[in-house]
Design a protein around this ligand. Structure first.
Ligand code: AMP
Length: 479
């Protein structure tokens, strides 16, 4: 495909979309394209493969749904024609809903495939040849193996939250699914971070992709991050303190274990809060009820394990509270991505103990800025986190602005300032800078997380895709 330079759109009308789709965008009240949409819709419409580095909450679902729907509307054919693969049932459902919203005035038919529920209705829907199939890898592969799905007519493959799918051990399943697809197809791959396995996958499946990188390691600028030193035993007491504050409206509280999530939700309920747990031991129905209830504001507090950390689209969370710091630095970005969404203000509080020094440094390095440390009156703690040897915490009401990662920032090549706001360069998908910290842990399906090291950016690349990087991320790292 010949190279074209794509100027980011400033208005959806520039795309000259089919009337039903254009009307659906207006009805959805998408007045201005989000950066990821401004950059990727036009190249995707032109048929390019796309590598989008963007977090959930940036509008990436519409970024891939809009060009895909436009292609579907161009001619009628037997489905399924579009396959979207995502890591969790929640995400897949949200993608399906976004497609439904944008195809409301059309005959385009979409469906979801995921495990944990009866397969019968899914098989029946597949027999009706839906245009779009939004699927989790496990159940899809299962149905594919038993001949219930025919992917030979797929025109567009979309991999959403590819990095999360890798974390969950889904890459082998994805590779097997891809073998069932026609070779000639469009590929759109979206990820929030770019570990080297995803770079490799991108290099293998994308042809000459258009690359858009939207502050992919940077949380929304509307989020205020604070670390609160506290002894393990007093964490719940401190949480109660925050839930009593005037600025509290609704919160997702993250815990490390399922048991803790369940017990904490019960405790908070006893306190008189409308709280619900969302954790992996719950059935799909229970999880749906919890999520729906939280979204509809039947609950004010969702106590979740990391199963809830990605892909959940709740616009109005005032606080994300990390009762336990995550095990993996990237998880921090995904957790706190639940607040400060859609340009609303949000607060991300992380309770830290003296064992958390290393993870704090990794998070600061990843997001490229120091995290502010505050202490709450009555909870003053002074301790030195193990492994970093840096003093954390302070005296009464202290507001120490300390960085565990500040010195590392300047050593990271990708943090250098740039003068232009956006730029087009040519580089291979395998040349993406690695957003991960030096140490990361890989979660395998059904096993505990285990640590792995991650190398820096690769220096070589054979393909030469368009690449557009938003320098706003870099500017903010200089502050
Ligand atoms: P996503 O990153 O796809 O999860 O999108 C996050 C939220 O942004 C969803 O609630 C979308 O409906 C919403 N959204 C997507 N695009 C736009 C837009 N251009 N203007 C306003 N809201 C949008």
């Amino acid at each position: 495909m010949s190279r074209t330079t794509f100027t980011p759109i400033t208005d959806f009308t520039e795309l000259d979309l089919s009337p039903p789709l254009a009307k659906a965008i207006v009805k959805a009240q998408y007045t201005t394209p989000r950066p990821i949409q401004a950059e990727t819709i036009a190249p995707a419409l032109a048929g390019h493969d796309v590598l989008g580095l963007a977090q959930t909450g940036t509008g990436k679902t519409a970024a891939f749904a809009i060009p895909t729907i436009e292609h579907l509307l161009a001619h009628q054919k037997k489905g399924p024609r579009v396959l979207v693969i995502g890591p969790t049932r929640e995400l897949v459902t949200q993608i399906d809903q976004e497609f439904r919203k944008l195809t409301a005035r059309t005959k385009i038919c979409t469906m979801t495939i995921y495990g944990g529920v009866s397969e019968k209705p899914q098989i029946q829907k597949l027999e009706r040849h839906p245009d779009v199939v939004c699927a989790c890898p496990g159940r899809l592969l299962d149905l594919l193996g038993r001949g219930f799905v025919d992917l030979s007519r797929i025109e567009t493959l979309i991999l959403d939250e590819a990095d999360h799918m890798f974390d969950m051990g889904f890459l082998p399943d994805i590779r097997r699914i891809i073998q069932h697809l026609p070779e000639k197809r469009q590929n759109l791959l979206f990820a929030a971070t770019m570990p080297k396995e995803i770079r490799k996958l991108a290099t293998q499946i994308l042809t000459d992709p258009f690359i858009s990188e939207i502050d992919h390691t940077m949380p929304a600028k509307t989020i205020k991050h604070t670390l609160y030193p506290v002894r393990e035993k007093r964490k719940i007491e401190m949480l109660r303190h925050f839930l009593r504050q005037d600025d509290f409206d609704s919160a997702i509280v993250f815990t490390r274990t399922k048991r803790r999530a369940r017990q904490l939700a019960q405790k908070l309920e006893k306190d008189g809060h409308r709280a619900v747990a969302l954790q992996g031991n719950m059935s799909q129905n229970q999880r749906d009820r919890a999520m729906d209830g939280f979204r509809k504001r039947n609950y004010d507090i969702l106590v979740a394990t990391d199963v809830a950390a990605r892909g959940i689209d709740v616009l109005s969370v005032s606080h994300v509270i990390n009762l336990d710091i995550p095990n993996v630095a990237e998880t921090y970005t995904h957790r706190i991505g639940r607040t400060g969404r859609s340009e609303q203000e949000g607060k991300a509080y992380t309770f830290i103990t003296e064992d958390d020094g290393e993870m704090i440094a990794a998070i600061e390095k990843m997001i490229g800025m120091p995290l502010e440390i505050k202490s709450v009156p009555g909870f003053e703690e002074v301790f030195i986190p193990k492994k970093t040897g840096r003093a954390r915490g302070g005296g009464r009401g202290s507001n120490a602005k300390t960085s565990a990662g500040g010195s590392r920032q300047s050593r990271s090549g990708r943090r250098k300032p740039t003068s232009s706001r956006t730029r087009n360069t040519h580089s291979g998908a395998n040349q993406q800078s690695d957003s991960s910290p030096g140490r990361r842990r890989r979660k395998r399906k059904n096993t505990d997380a285990r640590q792995r090291s991650n190398s820096g950016p690769s220096a070589s690349g054979s393909s030469r895709p368009h690449r557009r990087r938003r320098s706003s991320a870099r500017k903010s790292t200089q502050q």
